[in-house]
Ligand binder design. Structure first.
Ligand SMILES: [Zn+2]
Length: 70
């Protein structure tokens, strides 16, 4: 598991993540995350929807414009 890259805090990102759980149907398949919230910039996480394990975030692109939070 690699260390998550540092993101800007309190910011939404488009992210792609990969589950590395052996035997998971999503193993090594890129999952697209349309709006990942970065929290404090380092404690964000993406969880696999099939096995609920933490997935590795491989790309994170800041959304521009940022989604409006109600
Ligand atoms: Zn998985």
């Amino acid at each position: 598991m690699s260390t998550p890259q540092a993101l800007e805090p309190a910011t939404f990102y488009y992210a792609e993540a990969v589950c590395h759980t052996v035997g998971c149907p999503n193993q090594d398949i890129i999952m697209k995350v349309p709006a990942l919230y970065s929290n404090d910039g380092s404690t964000y996480a993406v969880f696999c929807g099939l096995c609920s394990s933490k997935a590795e975030v491989v790309t994170a692109t800041k959304l521009d414009p940022q989604p409006v939070v109600e």
